[in-house]
Design a protein around this ligand. Sequence first.
Ligand code: ATP
Length: 892
Amino acid sequence: MKWYELSERATLEMTKTEKDTGLTEQDVAARQKEHGLNELDEGEKQSALLLFLEQFKDFMVLVLLAATLISGLLGEYIDAIAIIAIVIINGCLGFYQERRAEKSLHALKELSAPQVMAMRGGEWTKVTSKELVLGDIVKFTSGDRIGADLRIIEAKSLEIEESALTGESLPVAKTTIALKGDDIPLGDQENMAFMGTLVTRGSGIGVVVGTGMNTAMGQIANLLQSAETMITPLQRKLEQLGKILIVVALLLTLLVVVVGVIQGHDLYTMFLAGVSLAVAAIPEGLPAIVTVALSLGVQRMIKQRSIVRKLPAVETLGCASVICSDKTGTMTQNKMTVTHLWAGGTTWTVSGTGYEPKGEFYMEDKKVQPANIKPLQQLLLFGLLCNQTQLIRKEDEYVIDGDPTEAALLVAAMKSGLDDTSAKTQFKLVQEFPFDSTRKMMSVVVEDSYNRRYIITKGAPDVLLLNSKEILWGNKKQALTGTATTEVKSAIDGLASQALRTIAIAFRELAPNEQVRNEQDAERNLTLLGLQGMIDPPRPEVKQAVKECNQAGIKTVMITGDHVITAKAIASQLGILKPGGKVLDGSSLSKMTTEELEEVVDDVYVYARVSPEHKLKIVKALQARGHIVAMTGDGVNDAPAIKAADIGIAMGITGTDVAKEASSLVLLDDNFATIKSAIKEGRNIYENIRKFIRYLLASNVGEILVMLFAMLLALPLPLVPIQILWVNLVTDGLPAMALGLDQPEENVMKRKPRHPKEGVFARGLGWKVISRGFLIGVVTLAAFMIVYDDTPANLEYAQTIAFATLVMAQLIHVFDCRSEKSIFDRNPFENLYLVGAVISSILLMLVVIYYPPLQPIFHTMSIAPREWLIILGLASVPTFLLAGSLLTRKKS
Ligand code: ATP
C-alpha cells in the first residue's frame, strides 16, 4: 500500500477513522484482535526447562552428582538419594531466583516502554505504543519517538530524524501533501512518519497506517533492538572474585582430602566429603543473589517513584558526589501563576492562585479594570495569542494541555475578561515557530479581520531585548535606547529578584507582502510590549532533600534556563546557594574553555540562562575534577549530557522519549527529592550486597577450616557430606537472601559517597570475613572435640554437636553482618525477613536432629539439653568476642 499517494481524506477513509474523534475503544479492541499488538517479534526466549537444567551445569555439582551415583551403586542409597534431593532443591532455588530476576527486569522494561498520545473516543489519551492499531490518530512533538508507521495529516515545523531506518542522520522536513511516484524511497516519503524514528523539531498529527511487523521497521529484521542486558561493575568484580574463590576453595578442599588420606581416612569417604565441601564452599549462588538483591532494590525504587533503566546505575548512584538538577518542575512545582505585569513604566499585580481564571488586577493596591488600560490589555491579549496551551475545565478543576508557562499567560488574560476562542477567531493563526530552550523564544504570525498580519514573539526578556528596536511606552513607540533600556532592565531585575519567572512579549506588524520563512525572519526588529512575571513555588520537600544530600557529601547544583536573578533567589530559598558560592550564566559559560570551567566548577552552585548544550560542558568539567555526576534533563538537546553523566536522569512526566532513552534513571514524578531517595536506596543496595557477601564468605571459610583443622589434628570428619550440603542450602541460603532485603543503617546518608574504584573487601570487610570465618571453624571443632571421646559409637553424636554449633554460629553471625560497626548498633528485630529466615533455619535444623526418620539420612542423633549450653556458648564466640573488642576500642 502506497499511503504517501493518498490524500488525507482517502487515508482516513481507508483506515476507517475520523480525525476529530479517532477510534472508539471497541474499534481498538476489534482491530487489536485482528492484527495483534503493535510489537516487533522478539527472538526466541530461553525455555524454562533449559534455564532449570543450567542450574546443574556447574562443574563441581556434576562431580558431586557423579560421586553420588557411585555411592548409590556401592549401596549407600540413603546418602545418594538425600544428596541428589538437596542438589535438586538447590537447583530449584537458583532457578526461582533467576526467574524472579528476569521477570522483574522484564517488568522494568514494560514500565519504561514508550507512550504516545492517541485520539480515543474524541479525547487525547496516553497509551503505550504497543496498543496502537491501524486508524489510530496520534499526535507527537519534538523529542518523541514515533510509535507506528503514520501518514502525517498535520505538521507544524515538523522535522524527523530517520537514521535508524535510512542511515541518513540529517532530519527530514515533513509535510502533509500527497506525493506522486511509483517507488519513492523511505527517505523521500515526506508525508510519512515511521516507527522508531525521532521527532527532532516541531509537532504533528498522523494516522496509523502500519503496526508491528507491518511497519518499515518491522521489515528490516536485523535492526531489531535487542534488550540490553548489562552487568554492573560489582557483578563484574564478583565474577572475577568468584573465579579466584573457586580455585582457593578447590585447593583447600584438595588439601583437606590429601591430609585426610595421609592421616589414614579412606579415600572414598574423603573424596565424597571433599566434593561436598567444594560444592558448599564455592559461592556459586553469589551472582544470582546479587541480581536478586539488585532487582529487589530496583522494585523498592519504583515504589519511591524512580525507574532504573540500566542496572549498573544502581551501584553508581551510591557513588554520586554531585547532582546537577533542572530547576523548573524538578525543584519547583511548575505550576505557574502570573502575579506581576509591567508595561511602559507601570507595574500591576494580579490576584488568584493556580490555573483557575479568577482574580483581580491592582495598581499599587487600587483595583483596576484591565479592559480600560490599553497597554495592559494588549500585553495580556498577545500573551494569549502567542500560546499553544489550552485550559480545560474538568469537573471543579482546571487542568492544562500544554506548557505551564503558557498556561499562566492564558489564565492571566482570562482573568481580565479575555476569551481564548473569540480572541483566536478575531486573530487567525497563520504561522507558528515553536519554543525551544536554545532560542528561548516562540513566535506566531496572526492575521486580523482587516488582513493585517502581526508577528507576536514571547520569550526570555534579556533575549527579546536584543531582538527589539522599539518599545511601546504608553500609546507611543519609542526607540529602545538609553533610559528606556535601563528602565526595562531594572524592571526585569526587579521581577526576577522576587524569584519570579519573567516572560517578555513583543510584536511587529508585517508589511503586506512580507514573507516569513523562518524564525530568524520573524524574531527581529520587534517592538517590546511589556513583561509578565510568574511565581513557580518550590516543591516543599526539596529543601530538606538538598540538606540531606549535603549531609551525605553530595553537592546540589541548579541548572536552569531561567534568569540569573530568579535562579539565585530560588537557589537561596532552597539552601543550594552557599555563602560565597558562585552563580554562572550561560554567556560567561560559552566564553570559557573547558579548562577554565574546571578551575571554578567546584565553587559554582547555580548555572542560569544556560542552553541544554552547556550541560555537557558542565558534566565534563565536573568529571575532570573527579566527580561522579548525576544530571537531569527532559528535552532532545539534553540527551548528550544525560548520556555523558555517570547517572543520567530523565523526567518521567515531561521528559521526551529521547531523554528517557539516554538516561539510566527515570523520575516518575519529576521530583528532585526522588533523586535523593534513589541515591539512598542505591547506597543501601550496595551495602546489603556487602552484607551477604560477608556472611556467605565467612560461613564458607568456617566450613572449610573446621574440616581442615580436623584433618591436621588427625581427627575423624567433624561433619558428614550431607550435613555440609544441608548447611550450604539452608543456613547459607535463606539468611543471605534476607540480608539482601535489609533496611539501611541510620547513617547511610551521613557518610561520604563511596569511591567508585572501591574494592569488594574495602573498609575492613576482608578482615571481618577471615576473622569471623576462622572463629566459626575453631568453635565448631572445639564443640566436636569436647564431646568426642575417641569411640566410634560416639562419633555420630559429636558430629551432630559440631553440625548444630556450625549452624548456630552462622545464624548468630548473620546479625553481626547487618552493621559495619557492631552488632550492638542495630535492633535485630528490624529486619523481620531475617528473623523469619533464622527461625526457619533453626526449626529445620531441629527437625533434622530430632525427627527420628530423618536421623539416619542426616547421620544425626538427638542432642541432650545440657549440651545446648556448650553449643550456644561456643556459637556466640565468633560474633561477640570481636564485637566486644571493637566496642572496647570504640569506648577507649
Ligand atoms: P529549567 O532548565 O530549570 O527547566 P527553564 O524551564 O526556565 O529552566 P527553559 O524552558 O529553557 O528553562 O526556558 C528558558 C527561558 O525561556 C525561560 O526563563 C523563559 O523566559 C523562556 N520561556 C520558557 N518557556 C517559554 C515559552 N513557552 N515561550 C516563550 N518563552 C519561554
